[in-house]
Design a protein around this ligand. Sequence first.
Ligand code: AGP
Length: 612
Amino acid sequence: MCGIIGFSGCEPAAPILLDGLARMEYRGYDSAGIAVRSEHKGLQIKKAKGRLQNLSDLTHNGADLEGTLGIGHTRWATHGEPNDINAHPHVSENGQIALVHNGIIENYLEIKESLLQKGVRFTSDTDSEVVAQLLEFYYRESGNMLDSVTRVLHRIEGSYAFGIICSDYPNALIAARKDSPLILGYGKNGNFIASDVTAILKYTRDVAYMDDGEVAVITPHTIDVFNSELEPVEKTRSQVDWDVSAAEKGGYEHFMFKEIMEQPEAIRKTISPRIRNGRVVLDDISMTADYVRQISRICIIACGSSYHVGMVSKYNWERLLRRPVEVCLASEFRYSDPLVDDHSLVIVISQSGETLDTMAAMREAKRRGARTLSIVNVVGSSIARESDDVLYTWAGPEIAVATTKAYSTQLVLMDLVGLYLADQLGSICEEEYREILEQMQLLPEKMQEVLKQTSDVQYYASRYFNHSSIFFIGRNLDYAMGMEGSLKLKEISYIHSEAYASGELKHGTISLIEPGTLVVALGTYAPLFDKAMSNVIEVKARGAEVLALTTEAFREKMEKTADATIAVPETHTILQPSLGVVPLQMFSYYMALQRGCDIDKPRNLAKSVTVE
Ligand code: AGP
């Protein structure tokens, strides 16, 4: 959730830290702070509640802080309300040690209690401050910062990525990680730590990924990494090929809109290298046909929108593989004593590759012997590195909290994997296999067509933005797609909304339909279009206002009944959600815009959910 950054180098640290935080603000935006060490002034700490801009204004874009060593933090509050005091960096009682933290220290109360008894005074309500105070306590005893950090790490429980500086160490920044992402960056004029690679991309593409239990000492010219026993560890460095401009707005008002528009290209990049001579080629995975044939259970685990991709895939894979496929919310799976074993294939879907629940669920599945295949967007992320196989979605950096292009690329990649497995199992006929692949390659073009309907969707949003409760209804793939449409709307426009399987309406929900209630009726799933129409008629009979989404082929029929209709081009049935979801994303966007919401940084949310 929170974003941390650190720099030890040969140029002023504060502007670099602020720039990095700005690029990571989607990780949390309750408050922000930086600590910079200088020869003359020691540790200088500046914090500000609210958006990062407040901190930039307070420090004149960092110009007020002198020094080339520093740490920064953008917060998504867990312990203690968002205010200046609870903002990071936290400083030890004698003012010598400053620390930024992403994660949760689970045994902080017990440690706090014991430090209080020793007379230590605390200023904040956070779990993170406990670590700064404990560090000072051990440092007083040993006089060695690295030893003290290691002792602290052995004492605390929970998840963390830390950046630590001490006034006694003019050049050294210490970092540690467990279950929260942390990247080391090797720059020309200094070295970095960061939660996300986007924060440092402007300065370096040369990175290494810290592993759980590792500690690093970063100076302007060196980065030394140790394991929990302080034995040196050799890190493998890799080059990040993300385009810096991809993480910038490039003239758009919001990242979300830019990312919606980038979808055709993102899909092209995700599928093109994996379709050769009319076959799906997944070079990156090591599953043999023999292995695929002996799989007895397929389980998809994910959270939020990634889970919704899993819902679409369940329908599609069961159709293609003729095997049962389960979709589980990662937060439920991990504590459910799951029935997976060494004949189970567990598919893990995550844009960030850092979602804590998803990672924990994946570890649980692996512990029980399951083989894991992850579908991840962020290269080198924890889930990507820990899964047995990984397939990357090539969506590029996604900055808006509400996912769009990552969702779309996950969807097509899951369709590709489904086809690949079906081919291995012989459960799909050659004709359908070819037809799906052909249609898949046409998706970017067709999606461009959908994106041309922006002004229609904008018009409908201007008509409906005052509604306080909206229902999405659909069957089969439309139901799964409706779940995503509804989440998108809630997330950024704060309108209450629910997605229902249309067939369930009459079992309870229809009692909520009254004159004027807005129902978004999804009728893009051709095999059940007539049933979708019946449901539209049912809610209309109770006075609902119906905004329908269908395909060009059914537009005319739908227009006769619905109050407003949006139509997308046809494609193969299993691919239809890839086109259908786009107007739903745009609808949420424009609804939020009309309501004056902070679209890229919706309240209470953060892009990467690295706490439980
Ligand atoms: C979607 O718009 C959300 N921001 C959220 O539901 C997200 O999909 C979820 O938190 C999972 O994230 P992940 O894909 O990075 O694991």
